[in-house]
Design a binder for this molecule. Structure first.
Ligand code: SAM
Length: 237
């Protein structure tokens, strides 16, 4: 069943213009059809019924009690990567339950963002996160942030912060116990060129713990999906 993030004002369900178009023209909904809506303000999901198409009128039928968020806050720092890898990681991080994606300019990032680049892409990134949240039936849309360099990660630290470092590849890692002991977790993934030693030193001073993502050197986008898959599996098993 289709899910939309909406505003609910005085019991009136208000969809964005894009979502009205999607529901009426793409999904060709009919009167008495059910949809799911999530109140953006309270992150509460409801079963709703379509009362009329033009104008679109919807009423709330009942709350949906099944929640799909992870029990702990999980965020990912992802070094800017080439082409649509950033969009891919935003979509997959959303499906895997992340509450925040922070893009950063790694020293060895091939892609360089000018000051205006992120703001030009931000709306698209947010739209990708919103659509992915609706598709996987979440109650939250992850925040998408950008920091110019690795120094900016200080603003978004979690209770435990893990540094997926390629030179740790194959060494023993105990992400599971770190998760058990802490309220929230972040994982940082370097760019195609990997982490610069000065970045690793800076992150270690911030308290990041080095972790391996296995014996093989993964592409940055694979590493992001692997790390978030491990974390969400461990939190939900
Ligand atoms: N250029 C680096 C090299 O050849 O060693 C590889 C960088 S890798 C493509 C991009 C990022 O993915 C790394 O900076 C790291 O964050 C993560 N990564 C990939 N494989 C990993 C592994 N086995 N253990 C930990 N992190 C890994």
């Amino acid at each position: 069943m289709q899910r939309y993030f909406v505003d609910i004002v005085n019991n009136e369900v208000i969809l964005s213009q894009d979502d009205v178009f999607h529901l009426t023209k793409v999904m060709r909904c009919k009167v008495n059809d059910n949809i799911e809506v999530v109140n953006k303000a309270t992150h509460t999901a409801y079963l709703a019924v379509i009362d009329s198409i033009s104008p679109l009128k919807i009423h709330i039928q009942e709350p949906i009690l099944k929640e799909s968020e992870l029990e702990k806050d999980v965020s990912i720092f992802f070094a800017l990567a080439k082409s649509d890898k950033n969009e891919f990681v935003i979509q997959k991080a959303t499906e895997l339950g992340a509450k925040r994606v922070v893009l950063f300019q790694g020293k060895r990032s091939v892609v360089k963002f000018s000051n205006s680049d992120f703001s030009r892409k931000e709306a698209r990134y947010i739209s990708i996160a919103k659509e992915a949240s609706e598709q996987c039936h979440r109650e939250y849309i992850p925040e998408i942030k950008y920091v110019k360099s690795i120094k900016g990660v200080k603003e978004y630290l979690e209770d435990i912060n893990l540094l997926a470092y390629e030179l740790e590849a194959g060494k023993a890692t105990d992400i599971e116990s770190e998760l058990k002991e802490h309220k929230s977790v972040s994982i940082i993934i370097g760019p195609e060129g990997g982490f610069d030693e000065s970045e690793v030193s800076f992150l270690k001073e911030l308290g990041f713990k080095l972790v391996s993502l296995g014996k093989r050197i993964l592409r940055c986008e694979t590493a992001a999906v692997y790390a978030l898959s491990v974390i969400s599996y461990l939190l939900e098993k």
